[in-house]
Design a protein around this ligand. Sequence first.
Ligand SMILES: [Fe+2]
Length: 386
Amino acid sequence: MYKEKLKFNSDGKFVILQVSDAQDMHIPRSGMFKMLNKFYDKINPDLIVLTGDNILGNHINDAPIGNRQNVKTKKGTLKRMKKALGYLLKPIEKRKIPFAFVYGNHDDRNCVTKKEQAEIYGTYDYCVPFNLENDKVDCDTYNVPIYSSDSDKLAYNIWMIDSAGADDNGDNCFEYVKPEAIEWYENKSKELEKENGSPVMSLMFQHIPVPQTKELFVQCDENDKLAVKGREGKFYKLDPDKASGFAFEYAETTSEDFGQLDAIRRRGDVCALVFGHDHINCFTAEIDGVNIVQTPGASFRSYGNMVSRGVRVFELDENDTSTFKTYTISYFDLYGKKFSSIMRYIMNADEYEKIKAVLVALSAVIGISLVTYICSVFHLFTRFLY
Ligand SMILES: [Fe+2]
């Protein structure tokens, strides 16, 4: 685990790269990892935050084709999980970038518990310390302090909050921020303020959006070009008066709220509450005085689209910690729309599986026809010679 203190750089800046819903497996889609590696080199962040559904845990035991489970032992699951996490974490480790993680609703939907999975994360030298001591909250509910560039004074804080989980059978059993986690946040926030002499400003990351995120959507006509299907056959769109960005799906939020936004308002030290989970939504907004940031998914194995797949960047400034800059960069922002990048996208992205199958079949037919043709020509040629 990472043993150094995270500090603002000498120019007073600190850059965070958020990777959400990487959601891949032990046999990876290389398109996403090539994209992520290029982002790491381009942005050169001081911290990477992985905001859940870091692996597709509920399909980790599946056969290569179809959903038949061909791994039946926990040892087998762990082996695949280590391999899947390796594809995500080794490139970060290789670049010596500290990283923090929370889980999503897919990570632990198998026989490996959150704590057991955290042990795998903990074997990486650049994994910042997560919660190993407080049994009242999950191991992925913790804070990451960032210190001043020129002293040991605490200058900023990152909250990592668990918002999802599964039971022992791998089924969803709760998808909300537990009251204990909210209580822990308030107490820790007060503790940091006391130690520091003033509130420590922060960003708070969790996988699943809070239920109030639905307030950012307004009901609309089915034919509205921005309409997305909500529950009970109704259609909604992101309210342009409340949020800025895009939404290709209605907010899928935690099932319950135990006063998280109220606690954040009371403490007044969270610059923004940041979510993943809704892969094709990307916006910033404000709900009752709390800044909300929705980050799209990176995964090529799960759903996404040409404008959504990518990462989000946060730029912090030590000299003004009450605010921050944020922006997203998509796959096509990074590569441009060139033939090679479009082909790589199609060959990797989940929604082009059928096209990919047709392209592979077509290539095979062309290949076989070519070999048959060459063989016939060669055969004719040898007959002519002898
Ligand atoms: Fe999710």
